[in-house]
Ligand binder design. Structure first.
Ligand code: ZN
Length: 143
């Protein structure tokens, strides 16, 4: 999560909301992909931290299945990212702050653990939640 927080800091430079994500290898020792929000920086509405980290990890592995991997993100994934996580077949999703307005991993929806889907990653929430939330609060306060 510390790595994801470092990644989140990078988003602010491009004027983006500070959210960062990393994809860890199945043994947990290697960062296969990292990403931060780049929506403002790139003008791409899908450039969320999780999507970018997933894409980079898949490119590095040379395959779309991220079986065994863990995605760590500072903010609860939205519906798009929750869908991407299911599609990527990650085994585990770890997130920091909850997103009561748009979260799709337990708050507003629970897309990743929907029993109607055939792949449901494990979800661990609240890791360094205060640090993750503080970064967002400070960003919005500065606006
Ligand atoms: Zn998202």
């Amino acid at each position: 999560m510390r790595l994801a927080l470092d990644e989140a800091e990078l988003a602010v430079r491009g004027g983006d909301v500070p959210v960062g994500a990393v994809v860890l290898s199945p043994d947990g020792t290697t960062v296969l992909g990292a990403g931060h929000n780049e929506r403002e920086a790139t003008g791409d509405p899908t450039a969320h931290a999780e999507v970018l980290a997933i894409r980079r990890a898949a490119a590095r592995l040379g395959e779309w299945r991220l079986t065994g991997c863990t995605l760590v993100v500072t903010l609860e994934p939205c519906t798009m990212c929750a869908g991407a996580l299911v599609q990527s077949r990650v085994d585990r999703v770890v997130y920091g702050a909850r997103d009561d307005k748009a979260g799709a991993a337990g708050s507003l929806w629970d897309v990743v653990r929907d029993r109607r889907l055939n792949h449901r990653p494990e979800v661990i929430e609240g890791v360094l939640a205060e640090d993750c939330a503080r970064m967002l609060t400070e960003f919005f306060r500065g606006r």
